[in-house]
Design a protein around this ligand. Structure first.
Ligand code: COI
Length: 353
């Protein structure tokens, strides 16, 4: 049997590759030459195409723009020293994407489009995958409702798109984060676990207020009491509490692939791990008593970014010097070696294109 989706390819006549300064990459400013676009209508995925990167024309009544049926993912691809390209755990993002789709009453995207389409796209734009230290190709799959209608109902049509671009670090210094005890990111029974556009929009204003006070990011807390730590909005949170690596576990938190990988690596090294509620009190007391020896943000874009200071109720609590953190530094080096193909991949996480 042939592939159920025929992925048509139209190559660009106007490559931007020559203009890319691979030694000076920021995050999310450069886009590769091609994108994958698939359209859903009448209950099925129809056209799937890889075309030159370019604008998409939309009706002003496009329902995603009004009612927010819009979800996305973040994945990275790395270049090995022998020039092979590897995508890191796209199967996990594929699973999470369809969980987000279900929650927002959007159609599932088939594996043959998400994974096979992604492989084909990365193969075509493989020269955009950087081979410079710390750099990677960021992959952004997303889907949004395209029906031109102003009634509130699930859209009848959708567009699935994958764009990519070479990136450097998302954060280039340790983070100063503030515990948010007034605004809420997600409540039980809501959409906190899903990667929908609205979760990012609602964070912008409270984050801006914290940035005005000199912080980089927020630590979101639970909606009911603001007593339990959740996530940073742009990444998950992980703490070394005593001899145990701990990450908040509620379903109001995005189930991050990077954090999951870090917990798995820690387990394989014989380090105890726990996914459980962490109260703000446990965290702050732990910093004061030295029980919390390490804290970091973990995400695809953020990779592992150390947290250097935590603000809570007008006070700032300083953590250990990131340079001296045994686990964080060990796991960053290990993850980098694995993703750049410098060591064996005992977990089967590298997806070679
Ligand atoms: C990612 O880590 O891939 C995300 O989507 C988070 C975003 C803040 C860039």
């Amino acid at each position: 049997m042939g592939h159920p989706y025929n992925i048509e390819v139209e190559l660009t006549q106007n490559s931007q590759l020559e203009k890319v300064d691979f030694n000076n990459l920021k995050f999310g400013q450069i886009l590769s030459d091609h994108m994958l676009v698939a359209d859903y209508d009448d209950g099925e995925w129809k056209e799937v195409k890889i075309v030159p990167y370019g604008n998409i024309s939309l009706s002003p009544a496009t329902s995603a723009l009004h009612y927010g049926q819009a979800i996305f993912e973040g994945i990275k691809a790395y270049k090995f020293e022998d020039d092979r390209v590897s995508i890191f755990r796209p199967d996990k993002n594929f699973e999470r994407f369809n969980k987000s789709a279900l929650r927002l009453e959007m159609p599932a995207v088939p594996k043959e489009i998400f994974i096979d389409g992604l492989k084909k796209l990365i193969d075509i734009d493989r020269n955009f995958v950087p081979n410079t230290a710390g750099a990677s190709l960021y992959i952004r799959p997303y889907m949004f409702a395209t029906e031109a209608a102003l009634g509130v109902h699930p859209s009848k049509s959708y567009k699935f798109v994958i764009i990519t671009g070479p990136v450097g670090a998302y954060y280039n210094k340790p983070l100063r984060v503030k515990v948010e005890t007034f605004y809420t990111r997600a409540a039980a029974g809501g959409v906190g676990f899903s990667k929908n556009a609205g979760n990012y929009a609602l964070a912008l204003y409270p984050t801006k207020l914290a940035q005005d006070e000199g912080f980089d990011q927020l630590i979101w807390t639970d909606a009911k009491e603001h007593k339990y730590v959740e996530e940073a909005g742009t990444a998950n949170l992980v703490f070394m509490l005593g001899d145990t690596l701990v990450t908040p576990g509620s379903d109001t938190v995005l189930q991050g692939v990077t954090r999951h990988s870090i917990m798995d690596i820690a387990n394989s090294w014989g380090i105890k791990t726990e996914t459980r509620d962490v109260s703000v009190k446990e965290l702050i007391d732990g910093i004061e008593t030295g029980q919390v020896s390490e804290a970091f943000a973990a995400g695809t874009a953020a990779t592992l970014t150390p947290i250097s200071e935590i603000g809570f109720e007008g006070k700032v609590y300083k953590l250990s010097d990131p340079e001296t953190r045994t686990f964080s530094n060990r796991v960053v080096n290990y993850l980098n070696d694995l993703r750049y193909g410098k060591i064996e991949d005992p977990f089967g996480w590298n997806f070679i294109v």
